[in-house]
Design a protein around this ligand. Structure first.
Ligand code: NDP
Length: 287
């Protein structure tokens, strides 16, 4: 008996997922709100079904990849009451709370739910370069593993359906925080006449050193000792006026740098000037 799977959503990512399943020998049923997008998949060997409830009925495993979870919610509402025994694998980006809500909904429907998050470009789906994060019931995940591993390198985060989303949103956020800092700094060095490509290359080299620093900072946070990491805070803060003034002199945004300086000043004012940068951790949660 051939393996079968249904894919709901044929945007850039959903289409890449469906192509991968077709190439891996699955009988692949595809559905998209705008049915036009089924055509290339049908040409590649998939079966296009225009009626949502029929597409869902066609396979036990239903992979979903839509724009956001509001769209997923709309789609699932349309098939409620007709999904007992289905295994939904939702690869749409979203929050932990949304994932937990879908898991609860599925349970009430006598269906199963695995939440997945993709850290990859569509072109890399089906290769080891694609990182996919999953969470949900272990027995369900284990049974789906042969299908899921066709999509890329898999990490499983455990039973809590929201766990993959926690790590996904955290990693994406850190990426953006870093990249906005990079853009600010590029603006600065560009105005100083620095060769941007060579600069980017040097930054990439410097980044290698951050791996060990991250572990060191986590350790200091766990211990609560906050040993000086990049030097004592009072020494770091003294340099911050230079950083800010340099940016001001080139009309580059200073809001974020000012925020860091303010946090340092607060720690110093509270008598923690000999501690490291890791000690700002204390100021960043609910006060
Ligand atoms: P696209 O914009 O290419 O596709 C969006 C899809 O969602 C289309 O199939 C669209 O249908 C469908 N859709 C939107 N709203 C609704 C709705 N209300 N009801 C039914 N279907 C709806 O997005 P991508 O494929 O690129 O992204 C899909 C998911 O994958 C997102 O959550 C994204 O964050 C995630 N992802 C994407 C990456 C990427 O690089 N592209 C990388 C990592 C994750 P229609 O064609 O009818 O408009």
């Amino acid at each position: 008996k051939r393996k079968s799977v249904t894919v709901l959503g044929l945007g850039n990512m959903g289409a890449a997922i469906a192509h991968t399943f077709i190439n891996q020998g699955y009988d692949t049923v595809v559905w998209n709100r705008n049915a036009e997008k089924c055509k290339p998949l049908v040409e590649a060997g998939g079966a296009g079904i225009e009626i949502l409830i029929e597409a869902v009925a066609a396979s036990k495993q239903v992979v979903i990849c839509l724009l956001n979870n509001t769209a997923v919610d709309e789609v699932l509402k349309q098939v409620a009451g007709a999904v007992a025994g289905k295994v939904f694998i939702n690869l749409t980006s979203g929050t932990p709370a949304q994932a937990r809500d879908f898991a609860e909904w599925a349970e009430k429907q006598n269906a199963s739910y695995i939440d997945g998050k993709i850290l990859a470009d569509p072109i890399d789906i089906g290769t080891a370069k694609a990182q996919l994060l999953f969470s949900g019931k272990p027995t369900v995940f284990d049974a789906q593993y042969p299908l899921l591993e066709k999509l890329g390198a898999i990490t499983y985060y455990g039973e809590d359906a929201g766990a993959a989303a926690v790590d996904f949103l955290a990693q994406v956020a850190i990426g953006y925080e870093f990249l906005i800092g990079f853009l600010h700094t590029l603006q600065l060095v560009d105005q100083e006449g620095v060769d941007l490509a060579a600069f980017a290359h040097r930054v990439a080299g410097t980044l290698q050193g951050y791996g060990p620093l991250l572990s060191l900072m986590v350790n200091e946070i766990k211990l609560g000792t906050y040993q000086p990491d990049l030097g004592p805070l009072q020494v770091q803060a003294a340099m911050f006026d230079d950083l800010i003034n340099h940016r001001k002199s080139k009309n580059v945004e200073t809001l974020r740098m000012q925020e860091i300086k303010n946090l340092m000043d607060r720690r110093i004012a509270n008598g923690h000037g000999a501690q490291g940068f890791s000690s700002l951790f204390e100021l960043l949660g609910k006060q």
